[in-house]
Design a protein around this ligand. Sequence first.
Ligand code: NAD
Length: 367
Amino acid sequence: MEVTDVAQTALAQHAVIGKMLEYNHEQLVFCNDNDSGLKAIVAVHNTVLGPSLGGTRFWNYNNEAEALIDVLRLSRGMTYKSSVAGLNLGGGKAVIIGDPKKVKSEALLRRFGKFINTLGGKYITAEDVGVNTRDMEMIHNETQYVAGLPVSMGGGGDPSPVTAYGVYMSMKASAKEVFGSDSLTGKKILVQGLGNVGMHLVEHLAKEKAVLYVYDISEERVKIAVEKHGATATTPDNMFSLAIDVYAPCALGATVNDDTLSKLKCAIICGAANNQLANEKTHGELVTKKGILYAPDFVVNAGGIINVYYELDGYVRERAMAHAEKIYDTTWNVIQTAKTEKIPTYIAANRLAEQRIEAISKIKIRY
Ligand code: NAD
């Protein structure tokens, strides 16, 4: 090997280690298997609070750098989500590179399971985009470090009722701050997205006699919300111009952006969708300037990871629901921290997550 080649390699290696330094990761594992075509990266971000847990994403990335950045960002996000939710879990994530429709096979998934197993429980995987329950079963053939399994396989099953309950709790805590009472009776609430989580949320809100406006690209889902829960259907053109109290994004990410914020007339944003702020810094600050209380998405939608956590110890739904109820207190703490320290709520949530990790890392030194 020429000296220049050695230097190039060193540079490339540093680019990876450099990214780990930037994101403060503990470990990155690159997996390759020529026979099955498996190419994967497992990122263990932080294990101070417990084993790292996060789903495996199977995605046709344009290049390896894209896959690397995705797995680094997503695993770090899991550390914060679990920490602020008060779980004894660290943050991790895995990506399998390739088009699942073309390259997914039993051999590839089982090989991936074997790689996870070599980590000895430092990383526990679950479903994510491109990976379904059947795939988890394949991975589970090779490792016990799998969570988010269906009830038939000893898992917790559909997490969405737990997630929706957490969103509902978070919305009540936000209402207490803004309106002086956590009652949502008579409050005008727009729910965008009536999928597994959105529809369960609508159920809770209808029971409390909130005034509901709903939108989903599926007419079928809108019909159910209107006929069963007394909601009013709205359209993409006018939903952000309605005079409402709460906007609950429960479909896609990035719906809190320049366009929607120029129209939105609401006091609270609180919903289940991941990555609601199109740009965390810009829009996290803009909502505050506009006097809107933004309940940070990873605080609000932690019911999903809470559900998975309770699976690790013999699943009992009541325990998961009881923990999801605490999202009320977590949201309240985030809001009070933001107020006291005069910072946007998303920064307050990050700070609380970091403080818990730091405090727990100190008690562990005594072992
Ligand atoms: P889902 O796929 O069951 O539902 C999504 C719904 O959004 C569907 O009904 C779909 O038709 C609708 N939709 C898609 N595009 C839309 C658009 N442009 N406008 C309006 N509606 C649209 O998903 P889910 O499990 O209900 O999750 C909802 C959101 O919450 C997702 O962003 C998900 O990542 C997040 N989340 C879910 C959980 C969980 O436990 N399921 C946990 C944490 C976060």
